[in-house]
Design a protein around this ligand. Structure first.
Ligand SMILES: [Zn+2]
Length: 278
């Protein structure tokens, strides 16, 4: 079924709000209270209305630096497109960025938080800018151990993170389709691997897998509702742990403070609307 997506400007303090135009404009805010479940993709839900696969678009918003936006769509799942955030970045760039006259606030981490679950780990530490350091270890000859660190400044998201595609294993693809999680999953919208090779080369980066995990993390942490000033470290985490970190941060005000930066006195939103159909 085709889906039409439209990105619209929004006033300061809106955050990211999804609007189901097929359901009379029912709104679902991208907040941690709306998170329904996180398996392969993040799903939001409000009074029974669902919205799935939101993390790549949210990641693009944070990566480009958009604080407020309305996202209209007429289906229950955002299109996966090429499996990366690049098409969403291009959409945002097409709409343009406008600065609203209100001081931009950040969520500054002031105390470290570390969460562990078996061999999975996620933490956030105080820092002057948003950075992510991610490690994965997949028992696959082409993935194995990969680590990637990025500081989200000066367009590094656009060059180093946005193009990284999601990946899946051939033996999992059928199970995912059966659960209806990835509509029409194919070599067009994911890196597909069998036991020892990539079925649709070339990779966009030799370490595209871990870069995509960074992309997902940035999207999941967008549920904080503000740009972060902090250094996030993750090891073999996933959507559930990313979201657990968000809940943990928001639950206790002593871990963070709202702060404005001197050189940033305006809040960025979209300058106009942009749409795509898939
Ligand atoms: Zn993803």
């Amino acid at each position: 079924m085709p889906v039409h997506v439209r990105l619209l400007p929004a006033p300061p303090d809106t955050g990211y709000v999804f609007r189901r135009t097929d359901l009379g404009g029912f709104e679902i805010p991208a907040t941690v209270e709306s998170v329904a479940h996180c398996g392969y993709a993040m799903t939001l839900m409000r009074t029974g209305v669902m919205l799935s696969t939101v993390e790549h678009l949210l990641s693009a918003f944070i990566g480009v630096g958009i604080d407020n936006a309305i996202v209209e769509l007429d289906n229950l799942e955002l299109p996966i497109l090429d499996g990366s955030a690049r098409p969403f970045v291009e959409m945002i760039q097409k709409a343009g960025i406008r600065r609203q006259r209100k001081s931009r606030t950040y969520l500054r981490i002031v105390r470290e938080i570390e969460l562990r679950e078996g061999d999975k780990f996620i933490a956030v530490y105080p820092a002057d800018a948003y950075s992510v350091s991610y490690s994965i270890n997949f028992p696959h000859p082409l993935i194995g151990k990969q680590s990637f660190c990025v500081r989200l400044t000066n367009g590094s998201y656009l060059k180093e993170i946005a193009p990284a595609r999601t990946f899946g294993f051939l033996h999992e693809a059928d199970a995912m389709r059966q659960q209806g999680l990835i509509r029409g999953a194919s070599i067009e919208n994911a890196i597909v691997l069998n036991r020892d090779e990539v079925l649709n080369p070339p990779l966009r980066f030799q370490d595209e897998f871990v870069r995509h995990k960074v992309l997902d993390l940035i999207g999941d942490l967008a549920l904080l509702g503000k740009q972060i000033l902090g250094s996030v470290v993750a090891d073999r985490a996933g959507h559930a742990m990313h979201t657990a970190l968000v809940s943990r941060i928001l639950r206790d005000r002593s871990y963070w403070e709202e702060t404005a930066l001197e050189d940033e006195t305006a809040v960025p939103t979209l300058a106009s609307a942009a749409s795509l159909s898939a």
